[in-house]
Design a protein around this ligand. Structure first.
Ligand code: IMP
Length: 180
């Protein structure tokens, strides 16, 4: 049913799986001897964080933060609203923020600054998708899964008006879906 609204598949299930294996290996190597705190940004991070975690062979802790940046449309409003804060202090921790997509980078720069302000030892970002053509704020995530063009995508955590997060792949939404 959902598939009829998708113009094309941009990142397949298999590609996502392989990407998470690659990112997990790299993170395991880079954080050797450390116990990083992986902070997922809800709700988009859910499928990605789940798949990524399986491939990190370290004593990680996980936390979730609720962040809203889009409010039903396909353009970022620039407002970053924290809807759920972390349950634990981050002072002295090595934090890895898990994000579904970095577009304007407004969300990730606000959250990175906040966690540094709270005394984190280090803050890095792992994102499944990077859309560099959408940048408004200068920001390069340390770990990037797949770089995509400036198109509005849904699936594997990414939504349009809270829908399509449950698609097992990342696809481009047909324009008629959001222009009707
Ligand atoms: P940024 O602050 O513009 O980098 O946006 C980050 C957030 O905007 C992501 O976590 C997504 O929730 C949302 N977002 C950005 N691009 C897309 C997209 O193509 N599809 C769905 N959501 C998106």
């Amino acid at each position: 049913m959902l598939e009829k609204d998708i113009k094309k598949v941009l990142v397949s299930e298999e590609e996502i799986k392989q990407t998470c294996i690659k990112l997990g290996k790299q993170i395991t190597e880079d954080y050797k001897g450390k116990d990083p705190l992986v902070v997922g940004l809800l709700k988009g991070c859910m499928p990605f964080m789940t798949e990524l975690m399986k491939n990190i062979d370290l004593y990680i802790d996980i936390e979730l933060m609720g962040v809203q940046s889009y409010h039903g449309g396909t353009q970022s409003t620039g407002d970053v609203k924290i809807t759920r804060d972390l349950d634990i202090p981050v002072k002295g921790r090595d934090i890895l923020i898990a994000e579904d997509i970095v577009d304007t980078a407004k969300t990730i720069s606000v959250i990175t600054k906040l966690l540094k302000y709270r005394g984190a030892n280090s803050v890095e970002v792992v994102t499944l998708l990077d859309k560099p053509a959408g940048r408004v704020v200068e920001f390069t995530p340390k770990y990037i899964g797949v770089t995509i063009p400036k198109e509005f995508v849904v699936g594997f955590g990414l939504d349009y008006d809270e829908k399509y997060r449950n698609l097992p792949y990342v696809g481009v939404l047909k324009e008629e879906v959001y222009t009707k």
